[in-house]
Design a protein around this ligand. Structure first.
Ligand code: NAD
Length: 326
């Protein structure tokens, strides 16, 4: 480690957002330690040190967080797309595994006096009752309570938000809590059962030929907003440099139905496919980020149109599909 470099720890550095974050921190001159159950799947890590380990284990965590890092990023979680989170099949693991990681990481960070810790919460904490109208969902930060997330994943995130805030209140730990709204981009899960709708749609379109059919869960009229990975990380870094603890939304306000997202990908691919609607786990009817607070506090809003982010993502997934066929 060179003297004078700021130090950062990225928990979940083998995952989608974590592996991109490591690259960004390295570009900014940080000395970076990463930790995860696995190495990044689609490119090699740029971390100075990478520890393969399980953050549910307090002993491992005491070895990983053994100095007062300038910045700790806690991104490790047991998560996936709708098929993983909303089927109910993984609820016990999701709650247990993610809560254990958070309990250990926040305790040890406080113990060694880490200077600042970032926690990635989720739009999934927002109450289902505010997200029944696909054209008018409400996801302002202050609308989180009375709490009624529609998944155990969301409940765990809400519990952990409160735990990080409790460490701030009782032990003076500098926390930054963000609620991510559907982050997407290259080098994310695309075919392992943990992929989210943008990647799943790109894969389905990449695999089909003109005139064939792709399947979409539900009637496809459910809406979401999606934020490209580079913009997400820009917001995270600005947020870390601010004085505001959060929780704050990091997402896009460009809302789109899943049917229109599928049509967008077809036009990017230059393919004409038909959509078949089938039963599947769905999540809330409508959701999009509300960026009033982040605009106010950080003077930031995303600028990349969804279509441009989807082009980059489709091109990457198309390559993966082609390589898998070889
Ligand atoms: P990801 O699944 O790609 O990354 C999470 C990483 O955590 C994985 O590499 C996994 O191996 C690791 N991990 C899980 N359990 C672990 C353990 N016990 N010990 C060590 N490592 C462990 O997910 P992501 O999309 O990069 O998301 C990062 C964070 O952001 C997560 O906390 C997620 O809940 C949150 N988030 C993401 C989104 C999104 O759209 N991607 C939206 C909302 C919130």
């Amino acid at each position: 480690m060179e003297k004078g470099n700021k130090t950062a720890l990225v928990c979940g550095a083998g995952g989608f957002i974590g592996s991109h974050l490591v690259k960004k921190l390295k570009k900014e001159g940080f000395w970076v330690r990463g930790v995860d159950l696995k190495y990044p799947e689609y490119s090699s890590t740029e971390a100075d040190e990478f520890i393969i380990g399980d953050l549910r284990d307090p002993l491992l965590v005491s070895k990983v967080i053994d100095m007062p890092f300038d910045e700790v990023y806690q991104l490790a979680a047991d998560m996936g797309g709708a098929g993983y989170i909303f089927s109910g099949l993984h609820d016990a693991d999701v709650m247990h595994n993610s809560a254990m990681c958070n309990l250990n990481v926040v305790y040890q960070s406080s113990k060694v006096s880490v200077k600042k810790i970032f926690y990635s919460s989720s739009a999934c904490i927002y109450p289902e009752y505010n997200q029944t109208d696909p054209n008018n969902p409400k996801c302002s930060e202050s609308s989180a309570y009375p709490a009624a997330p529609d998944s155990e994943y969301g409940w765990e995130k809400l519990f952990s938000e409160r735990m990080y805030l409790s460490y701030k209140r009782n032990y003076g730990l500098e926390v930054r809590i963000a609620r991510f709204h559907n982050i997407f981009g290259p080098e994310g899960a695309w075919n392992n059962g943990k992929e989210k709708s943008p990647a799943a749609i790109c894969r389905k379109v990449a695999e089909k030929q003109d005139g064939e059919e792709i399947e979409i869960w539900g009637d496809g009229e459910q809406t979401r907003s999606f934020l490209y990975i580079d913009e997400c990380l820009e917001a995270v870094r600005r947020f870390m440099d601010s004085e505001f603890a959060g929780p704050i939304n990091i997402g896009s306000e460009e809302i789109i139905s899943i049917n229109d997202l599928a049509r967008m990908v077809m036009s990017i691919a230059g393919k004409e496919l038909t959509i078949k609607h089938i039963d599947g786990p769905l999540g809330v009817r409508g959701r999009k980020s509300d960026n009033d607070l982040i605009m106010d506090v950080l003077k930031w809003a995303p600028s990349l149109p969804l279509k441009e982010g989807m082009e980059k993502t489709f091109n990457w997934i198309n390559e993966q599909v082609t390589n898998t066929k070889k």
